[in-house]
Design a protein around this ligand. Structure first.
Ligand code: UT7
Length: 418
C-alpha cells in the first residue's frame, strides 16, 4: 500500500491580455493608488478570446504539468478541477479536460469549494492515492472570473483575474510529500460571496439578468475579517497536526486575495517572516482556485523551493470555506528539459486525442441516427465495441514501445555517465 503522495509536476497558464489599475480607472470610480494600497494588486490577466474558457486554460496548465512530471496522459487515474467559474453547470470542466488530454483511463470531476478548492483538491488526491484507488492524479485550479464580474461594480471588479494552475500528484513509498490538511466550512456565511442567480435556487430569468444577479456579489469587509481569522488559525492547527512547529515551515503559499489579509493573518498574527510568504497577487489579482497553484509554479520558477522544504498552502473563500495543507517538498527543481522526441510524442498524442474525440462524437450521432432505440445490441454496436478494443490495444502497444525507448535512452545515458 502506498503511504505517501508527492507533487511531481506543475504547470500554469495565464491569458496574454493584461488589465492594469490604470485601465480600471477609466472604467469605474477608482484609482491605481486605492487598489494598490488596499489590495496589493497592480494588474490582472483577462481571458478575452471567446474560443478560450476555464477548461481550455486548465488543459494548457495540465499539459505543462504533465510534461514536467514526465507522466503520459494515459497514465492518469483521476482529474480534479477546482473552479468557481466552470464552463457549464454540467458536464464537469474536468471531463472536458480529460477529453482534451486524451486521458483515456482517468475519472474526472469538478470540485466546488471556491478559492479553497485547490487545497481541497490536493487533499482529495492524497486520499484517493493512500486508499489505493488511484496512483496518479491531476489537480487543477482554473478560473475565468472576468466572465462573472460586474464591470461596473468597483467593490469586486478591481480584485479578480483569470488563469489556471495544475499539479500532478503521484503515490510513492518515499516519505514526505503531502503531510496533512484541514478542510473547513461555515455555510452560514454563504451569502457573503455569492453568484445569486443561474443556479436552481434562482434560475436565470429576464429579472435576474436585469438585476445583475448572475454576477459575483461580495460583502468585502466581512470576508476580510473571516479570512484573517481562518488563515491564521488553520495554519497554526495544520502545522501542529503535521507534528511541526511554525519555525519548521520554510514557505507559506497563501491564497492570493489581498496583501493586507496575508500580512494581518500570517505576518502579524502568526509572526511568520514576511520574506518566506510567497506572493504574486500584484501580477494576477485574485484568481480564486488558481491562485495557490499559480503562486506555487512561480515560486518554483523563481527557484525558491528546495527538496525537504516544508510548505503550507492556506486558502479561504466563498462557502464560506477554508483549507490548509502541509507539504514536504520532495522534487529537485528545475527539472531537465523534455527531449525533442518526447515533445513530439506529446504533440501527436494531443492531436490524436482531438481526432478521437471528434470521431466519437460523430460515431455517436451516426449510430443514433441509424439505430434508433438503444435497447438492442446490433451488429454495428458489436463492430464498434470491437473497434474500441482494437484502439485500446494499439494505444497500449504504442505506450509499451515508448516506455521501452525511454528505458533504452536511460540505459544509454547511464552508460555514458559511467
Ligand atoms: O477569494 C476571496 C475573495 N474576496 C476577498 O478576498 C475580499 C476580502 N475583502 C477585501 O479584500 C476588502 O474588504 C476590499 C478590498 C474588498 C475592500 O477594502 P476595504 O479596506 O475593506 O474597503 P471598504 O469596503 O471598507 O471601503 C472603504 C471605502 C468605501 O468608501 P467610504 O464608504 O469609506 O466612503 C468604499 O466605497 O473605499 C471605497 N471603495 C473604493 N474606492 C475606490 C470600495 N472599493 C473601491 C474602489 N476604489 N475600487
Amino acid at each position: 500500500m502506498t503511504h505517501y503522495s508527492h507533487i511531481i509536476g506543475w504547470g500554469k497558464y495565464v491569458p496574454p491580455d493584461i488589465l492594469t489599475n490604470f485601465d480600471l480607472e477609466k472604467m469605474v470610480d477608482t484609482t491605481d493608488e486605492w487598489i494598490r494600497t488596499r489590495t496589493g494588486v497592480r494588474e490582472r490577466r483577462i481571458l478575452k478570446d471567446p474560443e478560450e474558457s476555464t477548461a481550455t486554460m486548465a488543459t494548457r496548465a495540465a499539459r505543462d504539468a504533465l510534461a514536467k512530471a514526465r507522466v503520459d496522459p494515459d497514465d492518469l487515474d483521476l482529474i480534479i478541477v477546482a473552479s468557481s467559474s466552470p464552463d457549464y453547470a454540467f458536464p464537469a470542466t474536468a471531463c472536458l479536460v480529460q477529453d482534451a488530454l486524451g486521458a483515456s483511463h482517468a475519472g474526472a470531476y469538478d470540485l466546488s469549494a471556491a478559492c479553497s478548492g485547490f487545497v481541497y483538491g490536493l487533499a482529495m488526491a492524497h486520499g484517493q492515492i493512500v486508499a489505493g484507488l488511484a496512483n496518479t492524479v491531476l489537480v487543477i485550479g482554473s478560473e475565468t472570473l472576468s466572465r462573472l464580474i460586474d464591470w461596473s461594480d468597483r467593490n469586486t471588479c478591481v480584485l479578480f483575474g483569470d488563469g489556471a494552475g495544475a499539479v500532478v500528484v503521484q503515490g510513492s513509498d518515499q516519505p514526505g510529500g503531502f503531510l496533512t490538511a484541514e478542510l473547513g466550512s461555515d455555510g452560514s456565511g454563504g451569502d457573503l460571496l455569492i453568484v445569486p442567480a443561474s443556479g436552481t435556487r434562482h434560475p436565470t430569468t429576464m429579472k435576474t439578468v436585469a438585476n445583475g444577479d448572475h454576477y459575483i456579489k461580495m460583502g468585502g469587509r466581512e470576508v476580510f475579517r473571516f479570512a484573517v481569522r481562518v488563515m491564521a488559525d488553520a495554519t497554526r492547527r495544520v502545522v501542529a497536526q503535521a507534528g511541526l512547529a511554525l519555525e519548521d515551515i520554510d514557505w507559506i503559499i497563501p491564497h492570493q486575495a489581498n496583501v493586507r489579509i496575508i500580512q494581518s493573518s500570517i505576518v502579524k498574527h502568526l509572526k511568520f517572516p514576511a520574506e518566506r510568504v510567497y506572493m504574486n497577487l500584484d501580477r494576477y489579482g485574485n484568481t480564486s482556485t488558481a491562485s495557490i497553484p499559480l503562486a506555487l509554479v512561480d515560486a518554483i520558477e523563481e527557484k525558491k523551493l528546495k527538496p525537504g522544504d516544508n510548505i503550507v498552502f492556506v486558502g479561504f473563500g466563498g462557502g464560506l470555506t477554508w483549507a490548509a495543507a502541509v507539504v514536504q517538498w520532495g522534487v529537485p527543481v528545475p527539472k531537465p528539459p523534455l527531449s525533442f522526441q518526447k515533445q513530439m510524442d506529446l504533440a501527436i498524442h494531443y492531436r490524436w486525442a482531438a481526432i478521437q474525440s471528434f470521431i466519437r462524437r460523430w460515431r455517436r450521432r451516426i449510430l443514433g441516427f441509424f439505430l434508433g432505440s438503444p435497447d438492442t445490441e446490433t451488429t454495428t454496436e458489436k463492430v464498434s465495441s470491437q473497434l474500441d478494443k482494437v484502439g485500446d490495444q494499439v494505444a497500449k502497444v504504442s505506450r509499451q514501445i515508448h516506455k521501452g525507448e525511454e528505458m533504452n535512452n536511460q540505459q544509454e545515458s547511464n552508460n555514458e555517465e559511467e
